[in-house]
Design a protein around this ligand. Structure first.
Ligand code: TRH
Length: 377
């Protein structure tokens, strides 16, 4: 009899909550002897990540996962052996009440947002007794061995390295998206929130001696791009040339295809949590637009990651990366700091692969969860 896992996800906004939980659910179902149910309150964003999904279905099987619509009028079900409450989404009251009535109360895990801050290690895997008498364990993903690790499915890095060695496969993939880059053009992907710094960055790319082909999946940055281009509409397939810069809007594609887009590019601007991690697995230099939080708490998270990520770089390369990341997250002028980073390109490119392999040498998040469950039994 397979162990049963229930993963609960509330779509706050954007795609990250469902992006992370969908990826986790698929990996647990594919790599472990678990029967996985993913409860999602809003199936529309899920259908964008998983085009095969039916956003109206109360229940459907996708990639070996039973995806269930988490309705406001919750219909009682038997709680699973393991319950993952993603990002403190607050489980249905009836489900919480039903937990202690099982022969053995479930292993109840709260999967936290990703952070590189030092305190995470001290809080990882701590139990917290709950009113229903069941302990809730706080499970933190992270970059250190003292945390739960990062989502990384089996064979991912080998697959990515093989793809990056295979020029024909990359051309074929890009052609499938309607992308034909000029010979020798630098490929950059751009997935970000609204950003006032975009115009200065694009001005610098357009004036550069090297040609850049900027690939922009449909998303929240399109408004700033539209204003810079001076056009009144942008949709997937649109292509504009300004000096040395070609800008091409792409459709929002499945997660596996988005990975390959990241793998094709020389530089990836990403955001939130899941694309941020996927860009690290691409082994290429990246720029993270962090999800803004009240009271500027996101700056602490940004600096905590930079302190960890930039270790081992020369002072000039470290400063150049820090200036670009802080400038981008502050919506400031990107001209000078982008040009300064170009001088460190070889070093930051080699560093990105080194960081990826170092992170990939640690147990992945699904493995840590499965091990935690086995030890709990
Ligand atoms: O969409 P996001 O901004 O989500 C955010 C973050 O998760 C943040 O931590 C959270 O607090 C907030 O939501 C509520 O960024 P993120 O995390 O990168 O999620 C985007 C998902 O979309 C990710 O799984 C990658 C996927 N994606 C595709 O599948 N296809 C695409 O074409 C693109 C551009 C992204």
């Amino acid at each position: 009899m397979k162990a049963t896992w229930d993963i609960f996800c509330t779509v706050v906004d954007n795609y990250g909550d469902i992006g992370v939980t969908w990826r986790l659910a698929r990996q647990l179902a594919a790599e472990y002897p678990f029967s996985v149910r993913l409860w999602v309150d809003d199936l529309q964003p899920f259908a964008r990540l998983c085009p095969a999904a039916d956003p109206q279905a109360e229940q459907q099987w996708q990639d070996g996962v039973s995806v269930c619509h988490w309705r406001k009028d919750w219909q009682t079900v038997e709680p699973a052996d393991v319950v993952i409450e993603a990002f403190a989404c607050r489980l249905p009251a009836a489900y919480i009440e039903a937990m202690p009535k099982r022969t053995r109360a479930p292993l109840w895990l709260n999967l936290e947002y990703l952070s590189a801050e030092d305190w995470v290690s001290g809080c990882h895997a701590l139990p917290s007794p709950q009113p229903n008498g069941v302990r809730k364990i706080f499970f933190f993903p992270g970059f250190r061995p003292t945390t739960g690790g990062l989502l990384r499915e089996a064979g991912l890095i080998d697959q990515r390295q093989a793809f990056q060695q295979d020029i024909a496969a990359q051309h074929q993939f890009l052609q499938g998206l309607g992308v034909v880059a000029a010979e020798g053009a630098r490929l950059i992907s751009l997935f970000a929130y609204e950003n006032a710094g975009l115009a200065s960055w694009l001005d610098t790319l357009a004036a550069d001696s090297q040609h850049t082909h900027l690939l922009v999946p449909e998303g929240r940055i399109l408004g700033d791009l539209q204003r810079w281009l001076g056009v009144d509409a942008l949709q997937a397939g649109t292509l504009h040339v300004r000096g040395a810069l070609t800008v091409q809007v792409l459709p929002f594609v499945r997660q596996e295809q988005y990975d390959r887009l990241l793998w094709c590019c020389d530089f990836n601007a990403v955001r939130g949590e899941d694309s941020f991690v996927r860009a690290q697995w691409a082994g290429r230099p990246l720029l993270w637009h962090i999800y803004e939080q009240d009271d500027d708490a996101h700056w602490i998270k940004l600096d905590a990651f930079l302190d960890l990520y930039l270790k081992g770089l020369s002072p000039a390369a470290e400063q150049a990366m820090r200036d670009v990341w802080r400038g981008w997250n502050a919506g400031q002028d990107m001209g000078q700091c982008w040009l300064a980073l170009q001088k460190q390109w070889l070093e930051v490119s080699q560093h990105a692969e080194r960081w990826c392999l170092e992170q990939a040498s640690q147990p992945d998040l699904a493995a840590a969860l499965a091990l935690f469950y086995r030890n709990w039994l």
